[in-house]
Ligand binder design. Structure first.
Ligand code: ADP
Ligand code: MG
Length: 156
């Protein structure tokens, strides 16, 4: 399952997504490039994960992440999207996003309505916040990975 890949460290540029309108839902997701997504283990399960994230040299924040099927590529390629649990003053397209994925919440699901989707994501966010306060997850917040020189692209 998902657990044997975790913790998973990843760093890469934030690119334009395919305009699912995540930001309009109040849940913007920073998308990694296709190249970074391809560097993920091919057998990592799709679904909702949580962990820590940092933009450029900024602070480390809690995040929820989805690994899903990318509709832009007719669902044959994965997409990896990070929602950072923090309010940013500005967008950060083109910046380097560093993440460590520490836990798995649930598989991908289809929802009957937009409201159902939004409440599921809100629950994912609350679950992520709780889990990340536990020592086994909290310890990764201070990992040296987040203090490596910027611009260096590292995968595991
Ligand atoms: P796209 O389809 O281009 O990914 P989104 O609606 O998902 O558009 O918005 C994502 C963008 O919003 C990110 O690339 C980033 O620049 C910006 N952003 C602002 N706040 C956040 C946040 N808390 N988490 C993730 N991205 C954020
Ligand atoms: Mg997005």
């Amino acid at each position: 399952g998902a657990m044997r890949h975790l913790p998973y460290f990843c760093r890469g540029e934030v690119v334009k997504g395919f305009g699912r309108g995540s930001k309009e839902l109040g849940i913007p997701t920073a998308n990694f490039s296709e190249q970074v997504v391809e560097s993920f283990p091919s057998d990592i399960p799709t679904g909702i994960y949580y962990g820590w994230a940092c933009v450029g040299n900024g602070d480390v924040h809690k995040m929820v992440l989805s690994i899903g099927w990318n509709p832009f590529y007719k669902n044959i390629k994965k997409s990896v999207e990070t929602h950072i649990i923090h309010t940013f003053k500005e967008d950060f397209y083109g910046e380097i996003l560093s993440i460590v994925i520490t836990g798995y919440i649930r598989p991908e699901k289809n929802f009957d309505s937009l409201d159902a989707l939004i409440s599921a994501i809100q629950e994912d966010i609350e679950e992520a916040k709780r889990q990340l306060d536990l020592p086994e997850h909290l310890k990764l917040k201070g990992d040296n990975f987040f203090h490596l020189p910027e611009g260096k692209i590292v995968n595991n």
